[in-house]
Design a protein around this ligand. Structure first.
Ligand code: A4P
Ligand code: MG
Length: 193
């Protein structure tokens, strides 16, 4: 495993403004009524990178939705769970879907990737979490936004801070700086063959 970067040192090195070549995908924002949202992607079963790549393509194919940017790819041991190491990333999208329709679409993409739910936090071929939906706070029986556990997790905060540093305070990064996490691949992971 590559050397685990300390959160602050790693983020200092990151250029927060790079944009990833998203070959063949919609990358221009819908013109009216679009909301920026940040999606957490994770996988720890099967061909993890391929599954995350296909998930980004599936996000870009959703109605009224485009993928604006994707983060680097991070590797870490399961938190509060067992099984193989996870790969995690975050995607920033602009979408005209409302938050509940977006959640349903995320779950459909998970299902298409062979996601099974034998027990809580079970290993999975694909997990898509809605981290942030604009600046909205949502609390329904199906959906909590911001995602309730995102601030406890380096595997969410590090990739999110690449794309949206204003959404991740230095204190939040400091709080997860003891978690072991490795940079698995830079932002070009999406377009690499
Ligand atoms: N739900 C409510 N709010 C949301 C939201 N903002 N985004 C509901 C997505 N779903 C949301 O999710 C269970 C229910 O949460 C859904 O029915 C939805 O209505 P799920 O995807 O079926 O199950 P889950 O992913 O196991 O649950 P959860 O609560 O999302 O798990 P976590 O907290 O995401 O933890 N370790 C590493 N290193 N990397 C990981 O990615 N992931 C987990 C899962 C544990 N450990 C990990 C990782
Ligand atoms: Mg989930």
């Amino acid at each position: 495993m590559a050397e685990a970067p300390k959160a602050a040192a790693h983020l200092q090195r990151l250029n927060n403004r790079y944009s990833v070549p998203l070959g063949g995908m919609k990358t221009s924002a819908p013109t009216t009524g679009a909301t920026h949202a940040w999606i957490g992607l994770g996988a720890n079963l099967g061909e993890r990178t391929a599954a995350l790549r296909q998930a980004v393509q599936a996000l870009a194919a959703l109605p009224g939705t485009c993928v604006l940017r994707t983060s680097s790819l991070y590797r870490s041991a399961p938190v509060d769970a067992g099984g193989p190491d996870y790969l995690n990333a975050v995607a920033e999208i602009a979408t005209t879907l409302d938050a509940h329709a977006l959640l349903a679409a995320l779950q459909a993409i998970e299902q298409a990737a062979g996601r099974e739910r034998p027990y809580r936090n079970a290993p999975r071929t694909l997990d898509l979490d809605l981290l942030l939906y604009g600046n909205q706070c949502i609390a329904t029986s199906q959906l909590t936004v911001p995602h309730p556990r995102m601030h406890e997790r380096a595997f969410v905060l590090l990739p999110l801070a690449e794309l949206a540093p204003e959404q991740v305070s230095p204190e939040a990064l400091q709080a997860v700086s003891g978690q072991t996490i490795a940079l698995h691949d830079g932002p070009a992971w999406l377009s690499a063959t």
